[in-house]
Design a protein around this ligand. Sequence first.
Ligand SMILES: NC(=O)c1ccc[n+]([C@@H]2O[C@H](COP(=O)([O-])OP(=O)(O)OC[C@H]3O[C@@H](n4cnc5c(N)ncnc54)[C@H](O)[C@@H]3O)[C@@H](O)[C@H]2O)c1
Length: 425
Amino acid sequence: MVKGANEKIAVIGLGYVGLPLALALARSYPVTGFDISTSRIAELRGAADRSGEVDAAMLRASTMTFTDKTGDIEDANVYIVTVPTPVDAENKPDLGALTAACGMIGRILKRGDTVVFESTVYPGITEDFCGPTLEAASNLVCGEDFFLGYSPERINPGDKKYTVDKITKVVSGQTPGIAARLAEIYGHVTNGNIFVAKDIRTAEAAKVIENAQRDINIAFVNELAMICNKVGLSTHDVLAAAQTKWNFLPFTPGLVGGHCIGVDPYYLAHLSRSLGHEPEVILSGRRINEGMSGFIADQIDKHLGRKPSRVLVLGLTFKENVPDLRNSKSADLVRQLAEKGHHVDVHDPCADPEEAKTEYGLDLHPVMNDIPPADCIVGAVRHEAYCDFTSEVLSAQVVADGLIADLKGMWRHIDMPDGIRRWNL
Ligand SMILES: NC(=O)c1ccc[n+]([C@@H]2O[C@H](COP(=O)([O-])OP(=O)(O)OC[C@H]3O[C@@H](n4cnc5c(N)ncnc54)[C@H](O)[C@@H]3O)[C@@H](O)[C@H]2O)c1
């Protein structure tokens, strides 16, 4: 614990972001983790993390405690909010979880407390939305009785290299004093690797543009893939050549799902529209990326040539090596292939079969070898287990004149027996 420090921290929302952060903070401060999900709290108390971000030993070794009772976090003086910020059916910001978290914190807020938001938002949400919501619930005055901070989360679930303690943490506060206090607190997590942003709005904007920038860059290579398909070139071969230039950006085509890259640009677009500016680049990037599953389904259908075919889709999670099924574009691809009349089997070594069934009505195959050879194998997600495939493994899963649709270019180096056809994005 930090000597002489009197910080007592409560982390609100123990998902992919909140849990690793809370554990890292608990090495230096007393930390209580709060979540509205009773089952999540029970699981964490039993030293299990279904998101796969932290292991049982870390949970057991930590001094942090877990709760779903607000009474257990009443004595905190720093509240860090890491609840989801998704979009609704019309791709508009859904601030429901933020509203609920502010209402709950407001009811227990005391003079001198600080509330820090880590959830991804657009500039203005912390001060113009969360501040008033906290005021309404607490009858305290924001900026006088309690203070706001914003520190965007940058972790990349599944990434074991850039973990929460190894990335530069951007912090911001309603006053210079609050910014300094947060720099001190977060500095213990990141060994002092802190960037103090000019103000809260700047920190909010920085996060949302990081993800919008990725989305636009991926949209560019996805559009390139559509052009390469028409010209008869391999996108991956073109990119491999272009990437030898020192300032060429190394993006690869593919499906863009999940709750960050595929969502955050809509937050920025919403703000932009509310200010009377039509965000053309941001939304055209979104349109291209949203349309990729349809484009890929059309191409596979065309290259297959026969109907109905048996298609085996490998990978359902929204990205590689995580169990996260939210906003899975692979699931969109499966649906569209089925709508074209094909029989589709799905395998994923990381996803939870029960969740796949509840979320998408899909029965995941637990063992790939049990699936009869398909007319087409689709490599949809770059899970480590799939990257290790050999020619023998792939050949065993596809019929002699079958098609291998390698969306991520992960099997480009593998020579396949004559007769097996290949299609790469
Ligand atoms: N996962 C990422 O890759 C990532 C990276 C950077 C930033 N972010 C942002 O961080 C935020 C959290 O994302 P996540 O992936 O950790 O979400 P998550 O869904 O994994 O976790 C959110 C947790 O919050 C809990 N929760 C929901 N409403 C609550 C409430 N009112 N009070 C208390 N707990 C509540 C949920 O039960 C859940 O356990 C989002 O704004 C997201 O955009 C996510």
